[in-house]
Ligand binder design. Sequence first.
Ligand SMILES: O=C(O)CCC(=O)C(=O)O
Ligand SMILES: [Fe+2]
Length: 218
Amino acid sequence: MECSDSKYKQFSFLDDLFGDIQKSQGKAFSLPDADIILHQSFFREDESDQIFDNLYNNIAWVQEDTILYGKKIALPRLTAWYGDKGKTYTYSKIKMTPQPWIAILENIKSQVERVCSAKFNSVLLNLYRNGSDSISWHSDDEKELGENPTIASLSFGDTRSFMLKHKFKKDLKLDIQLTHGSLLIMGGKTQHYWQHQIPKTRTSYKPRINLTFRKILK
Ligand SMILES: O=C(O)CCC(=O)C(=O)O
Ligand SMILES: [Fe+2]
């Protein structure tokens, strides 16, 4: 299923309060069992360029390993985890202890919280160095996130396909192009019914940075 404008509903958040149209308009996908909103240009191009450079150079990127069929393999991307003290998180069988917040991440977090009607206490960062870096099919359904988590996903750098598929209705699939400066918000029951991935590709891609803001409950 291709995503077309006819499948969008216009949404407008908090325009009067913040008066910043660019940061307040999003489009909701009308999909069953999902609550997904895309803000195509949440950050302006020049802001996005600056954020990309800053994160690329200043984040403490780590090459983590995971265990697959009893063998240790390197994750096909670099990652980093920042958040409130004590909010540990187990992800891809890796227990992560957060780095303390840095100014740029706190600043982005507060801008995202304005449009999400949610508060976050941590952010997972992924750096896809080229087209062969990827993340395989999964739902963000770790128990630390609670029943119906709101996940706010920001993208900077090259555009990659963010693919979604329904877990039970096999013909329901969607491919969203996540562009430089975009914000995708997943909420409600999305993680119960849908999986997502950034597929590996043979096409050459420039680096892409993704941030997913999350709330760890315990
Ligand atoms: O890179 C993306 O857009 C998705 C990342 C993701 O799904 C995750 O970190 O759980
Ligand atoms: Fe995810």
